[in-house]
Design a protein around this ligand. Structure first.
Ligand code: NDP
Ligand code: GDR
Length: 325
């Protein structure tokens, strides 16, 4: 039985990836950091009905010794590094923590693999945020990077370390440059989930407005369930490489929001409030990915439309909030 270790297993992608790997017959291990509320940190795994099907091991990305111990004990065939301080806006308030976890944490993982299990295949969760102030209207693997936040700068460091460990030490290390991907398991602070939760609250009479920042920003949004398949496919290739994963369609926050309001029959213009405090010190105005390399080499393509995904998220939030009323 193949063994996989996922860091960030309690997050959105970690939960979906664990589900996918279990379906493929893997023995799945998830790294979790210590928390005072251990009874809620596996909420997403429970939502997917897989909490009792994987093994959780203690560790923190900022503590190299805990990562080395975990890898030594498990002896994984595949390691997926998904853990990060992943909220871009917080990275301006906690730039050093973001650097330590999202950036240096990636190097810690690479070191732990190189020292303890150099034949393991390694996946690094890189991000379209690295393109930042965009240099080409459609971004692909060869597009120059220009990070616009402490988060993006930290991701860029981990990305180049992944490339460097592949080239220097021959590690089977791949980096997925994933564009935004969402789901009902998305953290509530990210804009799609904030919108679907807000719309559900208004629909149920639990809220009266939705406050957003820059609604002119454009993103290439896909579904997390589709995107974790690409992560797995990258590690099934004979040669490690880097891939852009995207839908090839970009939409404004405003239009994404309208899909959610329309779905429950509400007029967005009556409830949407622009709150300047939600604007960022520097913005990534538009992202649009070209995933043709992933299509050609991995046979991967996005399957879920933005409309289908937003409706699924609104419905899940309506159901969740109806249950707690
Ligand atoms: P989430 O924010 O949902 O999950 C982040 C995970 O990292 C959580 O499990 C969290 O644990 C864990 N974590 C945070 N800090 C540490 C630490 N110091 N040590 C160990 N674990 C830690 O992120 P997503 O699932 O959305 O994203 C997965 C990865 O992909 C991230 O690296 C993200 O930056 C990247 N990415 C995401 C994209 C997206 O659109 N979703 C796009 C491109 C890249 P806890 O539950 O304890 O907080
Ligand atoms: P992003 O996602 O920063 O692209 O990073 P987020 O959903 O936070 O923002 C997307 C865009 O929406 C605008 N926006 C708002 N965003 C939030 N969160 N809240 C608001 O109220 C709001 N109003 C407008 C933002 O300014 C931005 O332009 C995500 C994360 O998952 C990263 O970890 C990942 O690397 C990238 O996607 C790809």
């Amino acid at each position: 039985m193949r063994k996989a270790l996922i860091t960030g297993v309690t997050g959105q992608d970690g939960a979906y990836l664990a589900q996918l790997l279990l379906r493929h017959g893997y023995s799945v291990y998830g790294l979790v950091r210590r928390s005072s509320t251990t009874d809620v940190n596996d909420l997403r795994l429970r939502w997917l009905g897989i909490a009792d099907k994987l093994t959780l091991v203690d560790g923190d990305l900022s503590d190299l010794s805990s990562l080395m111990r975990a890898i030594r004990q498990i002896g994984p065939d595949e390691v997926y590094n998904l853990a990060a301080q992943s909220f871009v806006k917080t990275s301006w308030q906690q730039p050093l923590l973001t650097g330590a976890v999202t950036g240096l944490g990636g190097a810690h993982m690479l070191e732990a693999v190189r020292i303890e299990k150099p034949d393991a295949r390694f996946y690094q969760a890189s991000s379209s945020e690295m393109f930042g102030l965009i240099q080409e209207s459609v971004q692909k693997e060869t597009t120059p990077f220009y990070p616009r936040s402490p988060y993006a700068a930290a991701k860029l460091y981990a990305h180049w370390m992944t490339v460097n460990y592949r080239e220097s030490f021959g590690l089977h290390a791949s980096s997925g440059i994933l564009f935004n991907h969402e789901s009902p398991l998305r953290g509530i602070e990210f804009v799609t989930r904030k919108v679907t939760d807000g719309v559900a609250r208004i629909k149920l009479g639990l809220g009266h407005e939705l406050r957003l920042g820059n609604i002119d920003a454009q993103r290439d949004w896909g579904h997390a369930r589709d995107y974790v398949k690409a992560m797995w496919l990258m590690l099934q290739q004979e040669k490690a490489d880097d891939y852009v994963i995207a839908t090839g369609r970009t939409v404004t926050v405003r239009d994404m929001c309208r899909i959610a309001f329309d779905h429950v029959g509400l007029d967005m213009d009556k409830f949407l409030v622009i709150d300047p405090s939600l604007f960022r010190p520097a913005e990534v105005d538009i992202l649009l990915g070209d995933a043709s390399k992933a299509k050609a080499k991995l046979g991967w393509e996005a399957e879920t439309s933005l409309e289908t995904m937003i409706k699924e998220m609104v419905d899940a939030d309506v159901q969740r909030l109806s249950n707690v009323r």
